[in-house]
Write a protein that binds this ligand. Structure first.
Ligand SMILES: Nc1ncnc2c1ncn2[C@@H]1O[C@H](COP(=O)(O)OP(=O)(O)OP(=O)(O)O)[C@@H](O)[C@H]1O
Length: 215
């Protein structure tokens, strides 16, 4: 469960998120759309503990999210815009490192990594360096890395923007599966079909959030 209570995020004079509140229960998918610069990424970063909130608070399952390590330890997974992959590592290494950092069992890690690569249609690409992959393939590696972490919260920032319709459906199905397994999912998107597939749809504009379709 994500509980966002009256949060404000600012960069100096720029208010990116302005007094936003909502709840995403486990099992639900919320889509947030809005123009470029509206504050969608900043909202996701705040939930991920990757940027400080000026006012208000973010809680996940009742735990106050104060910083990124706390959020990560509590299963808050961010699939960032731009993918955030290490370009000189292979696809498989990009998936494996966060799992090893969480001290997961090696055999279990291998199994989860291969299964996640297969789920995004990249079972044959595990040994490729990220910089050798196309933009859409890199985006799918980032999604695979996100789902491999089996988070309580999945924050997907424009994670289908470079995908064809088949792969977009594949990624949406994977995010839905994460929700069905108990995750609370938030997707920032410019794509109306992605928004339509979510349980609820909110619009951000100049940092303010309004509901187009309530959860
Ligand atoms: N690190 C930063 N330092 C200063 N200003 C920032 C920073 N990150 C974002 N901003 C500003 O905060 C506002 C919100 O940006 P944000 O990236 O959250 O919007 P967005 O809705 O995700 O946009 P897009 O759809 O283009 O990704 C913008 O005015 C942006 O310029």
């Amino acid at each position: 469960m994500i509980q966002v209570s009256n949060i404000t995020v600012a960069y100096g004079e720029v208010v990116a998120v302005d007094d936003v509140s909502f709840v995403v229960p486990p099992g639900f998918v919320l889509a947030v759309s809005g123009p470029s610069g509206a504050g969608k990424s900043s909202l996701l970063w705040a939930i991920a503990g990757a940027v400080d909130v000026l006012t208000g608070k973010v809680e996940v399952d009742g735990l106050l999210i104060s910083d990124r390590p706390t959020a990560a330890a509590h299963g808050v997974v961010l699939i960032p815009q731009g993918n955030g992959l290490a370009r000189v590592l292979t696809a498989r290494e990009n998936l494996t490192i966060p799992l090893l950092a969480n001290r997961q069992d090696l055999d279990e890690t291998d199994r989860v990594v291969e299964s996640a690569l297969e789920a995004v249609g990249l079972a044959e690409s595990g040994d490729h360096l990220v910089e050798e992959l196309s933009g859409g393939e890199q985006q799918r590696v980032a999604v695979a890395r996100g789902i491999a972490q089996r988070g309580r919260v999945i924050l997907a920032d424009e994670s289908t923007s470079e995908l064809d319709s088949t792969n977009r459906e594949r990624v949406l199905t994977l995010l839905r599966t994460q929700a069905n397994q108990g995750a609370a999912v938030v997707i920032a998107t410019h794509d109306p079909t992605v928004a339509a597939s979510a349980d609820g749809h909110a619009l951000m504009d100049e940092g303010r959030l309004t509901w187009l379709r309530r959860l």
